[in-house]
Design a protein around this ligand. Structure first.
Ligand SMILES: *Cc1c(COP(=O)(O)O)cnc(C)c1O
Length: 396
């Protein structure tokens, strides 16, 4: 086995530098633990940005994938496969929606939602094609495609990628009045994260989602909830919109949907919205492939059978409480919902990050001064206590 140093050297030499990874090489992983080639072990407190809600290599999800590997992995959508219908049925059940459109990555699902909204605007709402407007939020993160970065407010995500896709507006996050004021006769959708993850675990004011829902209904504008990061139990509810009992018109889903094993994403909506697609109008070669569907079906079964939302809520409350007890004058605030927790510092957190890693805790800062703690939802009480002790040592 080459050393971590030589592995990192090769990756830095040959790979584009669109990420700045921590100097930790993960060779294998199980549950919420990861191991490097030298045999050091770490708690995974990032969970691949919430794609690992079930932990690494959940045995039942791996088994479902292995069984599917022995049958068929890819059919394309030129033909039917045995598992896709069951995948639709399970995801319709979880979301309460009538229809699903499967893709692979979160960004593709966001793009799909944008196309859905524009077509719905032209075909159903009766807006002249080319005039459709979609409102987004300051501080958003929805992925990396040209159109998506066109409405990012983060200079790092945008600069040098012009010309930008037109048809998008921006309002402050958490401000329902600003949304209502920004709506015009050509507005087709409002795209919103129920909690802004990448922006630093920004939880909107109580009542925001309820007001957004009312405003969207009143003006016949689609409410599109990007739950790629917050979905599938992460925040202590199956979907974060449920904290306010709100049903968006469109769910955008990804990350944990594939059980941490396969990339799979989806848009879920009712028939009157998603039926704007006709053969040839949208698609993806790998979208809805049987291998990813098999992993997702098992993942969705586990969410319900083992009550992941309750697990995330209880464990999240415990971790939040323990993190709040840490005495360190550099900490500005600790906040979170379920197991999506952010610790904001008054200054850049890089030094603390290094201390966390050397104490065996893998986390990552978002922006310079916020550390996200989002362990796999399967983390046990003993693991939480051990990890929290390490965090305490690193930060106190
Ligand atoms: C990660 C993320 C995306 C993009 O997902 P990818 O699979 O990386 O394309 C979109 N929206 C939100 C809220 C995310 O956290």
């Amino acid at each position: 086995m080459p050393s971590s140093t030589s592995i990192i050297e090769k990756a830095e030499r040959l790979g584009a530098h669109n990420y700045r990874p921590k100097a930790v090489v993960i060779e294998r992983a199980e549950g919420c633990m990861v191991y490097d080639p030298e045999g050091r072990c770490y708690y995974d407190m990032l969970s691949a940005y919430s794609a690992l809600n079930f932990g690494h290599r959940h045995p039942e999800i791996v088994q479902a994938a292995v069984e599917q590997l022995g049958k068929v992995t890819l059919t394309s959508r030129a033909f039917h496969n045995v598992v896709l219908g069951d995948f639709y049925e399970k995801l319709c059940g979880l979301t309460g929606k009538q229809m699903i459109l499967p893709m692979n990555t979160g960004a593709e699902a966001v793009e799909t939602a944008l196309k859905t909204a524009r077509r719905w605007g032209a075909f159903v709402k009766g807006i002249e094609d080319g005039k459709q407007e979609i409102i987004t939020c300051a501080g958003n993160f929805h992925g990396r495609t040209i159109s998506i970065v066109s409405f990012s407010t983060d200079p790092d995500s945008r600069s040098g990628f012009a010309p930008y896709t037109p048809g998008f507006g921006t309002v402050p996050y958490g401000d329902a009045d600003a949304l209502e004021a920004a709506i015009t006769k050509d507005t087709v959708a409002f795209l919103v994260e129920p909690i802004q993850g990448e922006a630093g675990i920004i939880i909107p004011p109580v009542g925001y989602l309820t007001k957004v829902r009312k405003i969207c209904t009143k003006h016949n504008v689609l409410m599109v909830a990007d739950e790629v990061q917050t979905g599938f139990a992460r925040t202590g509810r199956m979907f974060a919109c449920e904290h306010e009992g709100v049903q968006p018109d469109i769910y955008v889903l990804g990350k944990a949907l594939g059980g941490g094993v396969m990339p799979i994403s989806a848009v879920a909506a009712d028939r009157d919205v998603l039926d704007v697609f006709t053969p040839g109008s949208h698609g993806s070669t790998f979208g809805g492939n049987p291998l990813a569907c098999a992993a997702a079906i098992k993942a969705m079964e586990l969410l319900l059978r083992d009550d992941y939302p309750r697990m995330a809520e209880e464990k999240g409350a415990y971790i939040l409480e323990r993190l709040c007890e840490i005495k360190n004058d550099d900490i500005f605030e600790v906040r979170g919902r379920g197991l999506l927790i952010g610790m904001e510092f008054k200054k850049p957190a890089a030094d603390y990050m290094k201390k966390l890693v050397s104490n065996g805790v893998l986390a990552k800062e978002t922006h310079e001064n916020i550390i996200r703690f989002a362990p796999p939802i399967v983390i046990t009480k003993d693991e939480m206590d051990d990890a929290l002790e390490r965090v305490q040592t690193a930060l106190a």
